[in-house]
Design a protein around this ligand. Structure first.
Ligand code: SOE
Length: 378
């Protein structure tokens, strides 16, 4: 018997439109899902490019106005892969129309926007999720299992970095395709909302809530040409951010992100140190989890590098054979699969309400960078 369809209307065909489309195509081939995702419509302003995207990824139709997409009665789920300034309006309209809503991170440009989105999906009672994909890299999911199992004991430290180097050139413009991430009005913030939001989401998932933060930010290149106006305009985003945090469980944290770390393209690293054991992980070697357990026999005690590709590792029984690795794109596939499995009422995380908590931390970080004070993060 064929499964009921999950008819998807995707907004946006950039980098994230591709990762999400790929996830919905791949998930049902590897996971036994209760509903069959169908790429029903892609929506973007440029019809020619939307049509080319539709033909490449197998979308059944094209819309050029997201309002028309939301109004269609042959769509069950609106997936927002458009720039951050569009998240609020589309998510609220989609929820009001009774659609399920998935949204690329960060949820809002700030927590006030995210709060409205949470209210909209909760009022409508529609399933919702935010694409914080790094939780679903098997090594990171294994870290969560080890921590939840109490293997690390009391946690003392959490450390995360997300380093890139793609905005060092001063002649790189702001605004427009991809470069909207440099335009504060569109993005909301710079590395804090774009990159540290990932680190904060994973951190709170692994180690619980964050109480207070103190931060510094810098904008190294203060003016850039704006591709939409053609004029040189002030840059409002944070190019780099470092902050200290105190978790509710008493542990201390450092977080750092920049787009000015020459040589680093997307180096997301995290480390967590507990009373018995420590864990460290690096996106550039994403299938490995480094693990040190002080309870191991003394003379051979040391850091283990666990190749997280065995059948009993998270998600790995769905893929190839033990020892063969998967990659970045599969973290999105796992997220699509978990969302669809969560439609039975178990609601896979992070929901909009979870992502709001991340935005409250990023707001506090940006506020602290202004005030020079410790700020409350919830
Ligand atoms: C920015 O370069 C970016 O693409 C982020 O927007 C993504 O969320 C991150 O996963 C990789 O880097």
């Amino acid at each position: 018997m064929s499964k009921p369809k999950l008819r998807i209307g995707m907004v946006g065909y950039g980098f994230m439109g591709r990762t999400h489309s790929n996830a919905f195509l791949t998930a049902p081939r590897f996971f036994d899902l209760p509903r069959q995702p169908e790429l029903t419509a892609i929506c973007a302003r440029n019809r020619d490019r939307a049509e080319a995207f539709a033909s490449n990824w197998g979308y059944g139709s094209v819309e050029t106005d997201w309002r028309a997409l939301v109004a269609r009665d042959d769509i069950d789920l609106i997936d927002i892969a458009a720039p951050n300034n569009m998240h609020l309006e589309i998510a609220v309209a989609a929820a009001k129309a009774g659609k399920m809503v998935m949204c690329e991170k960060p949820l809002g440009r700030n927590s006030a926007e995210s709060q409205q989105m949470v209210e909209a999906v909760e009022k409508a009672g529609v399933p919702n999720m935010v694409w914080y994909n790094y939780r679903r890299i098997p090594a990171v999911t294994l870290a969560k299992a080890l921590i939840d199992d109490g293997q690390l004991g009391r946690i003392f430290h959490y450390r995360a970095k997300f380093l890139q180097d793609w905005t060092i050139a001063s002649d790189l413009p702001q605004g427009g395709e991809g470069l909207w991430r440099l335009d504060k009005d569109v993005a909301g913030s710079g590395v804090t909302g774009d990159l540290l939001a990932h680190c904060i989401d994973t951190a709170m998932w692994l180690n619980g809530g964050i109480d207070t933060v103190t931060a510094m930010t810098e904008t190294f290149i203060k003016e850039r040409e704006h591709t939409l106006t053609g004029k040189v305009e002030p840059v409002g985003i944070d190019d780099a951010c470092a902050f200290l945090a105190r978790f509710s469980n008493g542990s201390l944290a450092t977080f750092e992100s920049t787009r000015y770390a020459r040589g680093h393209k997307a180096q997301y690293t995290l480390e967590i140190n507990g009373e018995h054991a420590s864990i460290s992980w690096d996106l550039h070697d994403l299938h490995r989890l480094e693990y040190f357990d002080h309870r191991d026999q003394g003379t051979t005690r040391g850091w283990k590098s666990i190749h997280v590709t065995d059948g009993d590792h998270p998600y790995m029984d769905k893929w190839w054979v033990p020892g063969l690795s998967i990659g970045y794109d599969e973290s999105f596939t796992h997220q699509a699969a978990d969302f669809i499995m969560g439609l039975d009422g178990t609601a896979a995380a992070p929901t909009f309400a979870d992502a709001l908590k991340t935005d409250m931390v990023t707001d506090a970080v940006l506020k602290s960078a202004q005030t020079g004070q410790w700020e409350t993060a919830h």
